[in-house]
Design a protein around this ligand. Structure first.
Ligand code: GLN
Length: 194
């Protein structure tokens, strides 16, 4: 099974290591043609506006939308979650617009730029170590979206069919339970296709 990590900007290597740790092959995706060989894709954390600029410059927009339309799973972490969202609060346009959520950027305030906390994540863990870095959160989610985790009333992990998003960086701690959950989504989607 091949899981790509969009390698235009951001926390790429850490995700690739996590993918390999759960027994899938990690592909660093730098050209859109590479998407064709993948079973699933990770959009890493970083800076969503920078990543968007690079998505446009390297002609990734259409191929990424086609990837989602083909029901191949996509996992967006932090900036990747912003890329996936259909709505960004106080912003007129979205990026990929694939997941039925509204996100708020840099939502935890300047005082707490980054922090770590243990989260309960449905079907994943009761004590997942989550690293938040200038993180967004999900303000509201459509009826088909499954909320997987909240931190003090804010949605920080959710699933919408074959899309998964977290406000935090799951790849920075070596805890592989969330990436294993995504690998299972990818496995199921691949099996459904046969
Ligand atoms: N604040 C960043 C953004 O808005 C996201 C930060 C991150 O990915 N760690 O894109």
């Amino acid at each position: 099974m091949k899981i790509g990590v969009l390698a235009l900007q951001g926390a790429v290597q850490e995700h690739a290591r996590a993918v390999e740790a759960v027994g899938a092959e990690a592909i660093l995706v730098k050209r859109a043609e590479q998407l064709l060989e993948l079973d699933g894709l990770i959009l890493p954390g970083g800076e969503s506006t920078t990543m968007r600029r690079l998505i446009d410059r390297y002609d990734f927009m259409e191929p990424l939308l086609a990837f989602g339309a083909a029901k191949k799973p996509i996992f967006g972490t932090c900036a990747g979650m912003i890329l996936l969202a259909q709505r960004i609060n106080n912003q007129e346009s979205n990026h990929l617009g694939l997941m039925d959520v509204t996100v708020e950027r840099n939502a935890f305030g300047r005082q707490v730029d980054s922090f770590e906390t243990d989260l309960v994540i449905k079907d994943v863990a009761d004590d997942f170590p989550a690293v938040f870095i200038r993180a967004p959160y999900i303000l509201d989610a459509g009826p088909a979206v499954e909320v997987l985790s909240e931190d003090t009333g804010r949605i920080v992990a959710a699933r919408d069919g074959h899309y998964l998003a977290t406000a935090f960086h799951p790849e920075l701690t070596g805890d592989t339970r969330l990436i294993a959950y995504f690998r299972n989504m990818v496995e199921e989607a691949a099996r459904a296709k046969v």
